[in-house]
Write a protein that binds this ligand. Structure first.
Ligand code: PSU
Length: 304
């Protein structure tokens, strides 16, 4: 019995020739950004990966299959699917969605699982999920963290999303034994902002170093992946003094409205988009593109 994987012709050709591949998630399309910017972002990110010498593999679940590499038609349909009509898939519900023939968008956790099944070792996204603020009472901690501890995929993100409790998120990753690597600086980035005031446990300055570290983990038989925290480009940054109060306001509205579980992150991103009059989305798209470029270079380094 093998996993129900359907490859696009582009991905299938890349896999058979051993070409560098970069996985992309679909929750950022269905639950992370509004239409039509989500579709533009998805297309631009795929193109950025091609322009940097690798092959993009956007992953989503439809008709009982894990689709690895989507046609533009499918991408369009997914981008226009209302968020309540696509399941937001993590490790817990991936099999349920597949077995019942439902449509599902993959989060970081589910994309890592699918990428690994497909033989893809690098994945680019915006920001991982993590420990939500108030987790000491709500226990709301993203399954993305556990996945990084058990599935061997290198995830390139601009850190964890700044709506989270970042110090607690990094503490949990340390406990789980996940290498957290700041790219090109000593401090961990904070999604919309380049700095967080938190020193990174590890720092690397080249794709080759990151590829070598992944290869060594495999040789040691260590489970799990690595997180590369890549700072947002200077010109797209929103500094903490600007974004901080906006996050606070969105968080208090979420609390007042009783938003919980899987709805928290999409609600906060949407409110922050409204409160910044679109600026947070422009930054989010810029950081995803930046991560896609670095992920392509890491994927190429891994094939050497
Ligand atoms: N990166 C973004 N926007 C997003 C996400 C990542 O720039 O919306 C998605 C990813 O799919 C990630 C999810 O796994 O947000 C985290 O959701 P939660 O906090 O509910 O675990």
């Amino acid at each position: 019995m093998t996993a129900p994987l359907t490859f696009s012709p582009e991905v299938s050709a890349a896999l058979s020739k051993g070409r560098p591949l970069v996985a992309l998630e679909s929750t950022i399309i269905t639950h992370g950004m509004p239409y039509p910017q989500n579709l533009e972002m998805a297309r631009q990110v795929e193109q950025a990966i091609r322009d940097n010498g690798a092959v993009p593999a956007t992953i989503a679940v439809m008709g009982g299959q894990i689709h690895v590499g989507l046609t533009d038609e499918t991408l369009q349909a997914l981008a226009q699917t209302p968020s309540d009509q696509a399941m937001k898939l993590s490790r817990a519900d991936l099999a349920v969605c597949l077995a019942n023939g439902r449509t599902g968008a993959t989060t970081v956790a589910a994309t890592m699982i699918c990428a690994h099944l497909a033989g893809i070792r690098v994945f680019a996204t915006g920001g991982i999920g993590g420990v939500h603020r108030g987790a000491e009472t709500s226990f709301d901690i993203s399954a993305d963290l556990q996945e990084l501890a058990q599935t061997p995929v290198t995830v390139v993100a601009a850190g964890a999303k700044a709506i989270l409790d970042l110090p607690k998120t990094w503490e949990v990753l340390e406990t789980l034994g996940v290498p957290v690597i700041a790219y090109g600086q000593d401090e961990l980035p904070a999604f919309w902002s380049r700095v967080s005031g938190i020193k990174a446990p590890l720092r690397m300055d080249s794709p080759d170093q990151i590829a070598a570290a992944a290869a060594m983990r495999a040789r040691l038989g260590l489970k799990g992946g690595q997180l590369v925290a890549n700072p947002i480009p200077h010109d797209a940054e929103i500094t903490a003094d600007v974004i901080g109060p906006v996050i606070e306001q969105a968080l208090s509205e979420a609390q007042a409205q009783g938003i919980a579980a899987k709805q928290v992150t999409p609600f906060l991103l949407q409110r922050i988009f409204e409160l910044t009059e679109g600026r947070s989305l422009d930054s989010n798209i810029a950081l995803v593109l930046n991560n896609a470029r670095l992920a392509s270079r890491i994927a190429i380094a891994m094939t050497r």
